[in-house]
Design a protein. Structure first.
Length: 95
């Protein structure tokens, strides 16, 4: 079975149909690593799930822990950009 063809024909359309962006196999594996880790799984368990021989590969390349402060800062920035966009639209309507 060709995994890339499976992804193109089955997995990607299914994921996009659910409204989720697809970032390829590496992004998929990052999600498989990061989500259990965020839920409390030990990095050695995640290493075994991904079948890596070295724990540092899993930790350094696949597990991406979200920092709540970074997420909060990005949400504030998004709000500021949306506010700027709405102000710009209001100014354009006046002209």
């Amino acid at each position: 079975m060709d995994m890339d063809k499976l992804a193109q024909r089955v997995i990607r359309p299914l994921i996009q149909g659910m409204g989720i962006r697809c970032y390829g196999w590496h992004g998929f594996r990052r999600g498989i690593a990061s989500n259990p880790f965020a839920l409390g799984a030990d990095e050695k368990v995640v290493q075994r799930i991904l079948r890596h021989s070295k724990a540092h590969v899993t930790r350094d390349r696949y597990i991406k822990a979200l920092d709540p402060a970074v997420l909060q800062a990005m949400e504030r920035m998004q709000g500021a950009l949306e506010d700027l966009k709405s102000r710009s639209a209001a100014v354009q309507q006046l002209n």
